[in-house]
Write a protein that binds this ligand. Sequence first.
Ligand code: ADP
Ligand code: MG
Length: 236
Amino acid sequence: GPSADAYRRQNEITVIGDNVPPPFTSFESTGFPPEVLRVVRGAGFKAPTPIQAQSWPIALRSHDIVAVAKTGSGKTLGYLLPGFMHIKRTGKNPKMGPTVLVLSPTRELATQIQDEAEKFGQSSKISCTCLYGGAQKGPQIRDLEQGVHIVVATPGRLNDIMEMGKISLNQVSYLVLDEADRMLDMGFEPQIRKILKEIPTRRQTLMYTATWPKGVRNIASEFLNKPVQVNIGRTD
Ligand code: ADP
Ligand code: MG
């Protein structure tokens, strides 16, 4: 409608896809549970960022998304909060393996995502662990054995733990490829492909990238199912 168009114009949002729902311009309109909105308000956030406003309604309809937006635009909560809803809706036992998998290029980014997942998910009893290199595998494997809803991982360490037979990805039904362009620049494509082979194709996939080069477009067309594309700002 006209107000959705005006909001998109004002916030430099362009969408490519059929029947794209209008953006959520306030937190109240998201339908996220009160315990999550309390934490959002406690963090001092006044309104969704443009990527959140436009990608939340799409993600909540279980559509695949490719989002092209630069850093600092609030992408983490853009995929985490719909991920929490997905976990609640599917209601799987975390002991059987994670429901949500987030792939991230570096240890630093992965731990930031885990911190955000814990901060916003704790009140909904959502559990999360982080797998990254340069640290002992034992404690990471023990966390997996406890059972967690969300695993945030760098592709290299996740591959190592897969090869040890210490993680099962057959319950994953919400997959996030965060900073996809950076993961490909770092040479993680072979590991990403091995991981994707272990995840059921019946899933929701969300891909976030700051740039939109050929390698990223190829991965998107190979592994996403009719994604809605959301671009924020001027992108190339
Ligand atoms: P990106 O992944 O796009 O680089 P982040 O998800 O790391 O961005 O978010 C950048 C910063 O903005 C973080 O400190 C985050 O807590 C904050 N943030 C996220 N959503 C909002 C919001 N709606 N309003 C204000 N700040 C937000
Ligand atoms: Mg990020």
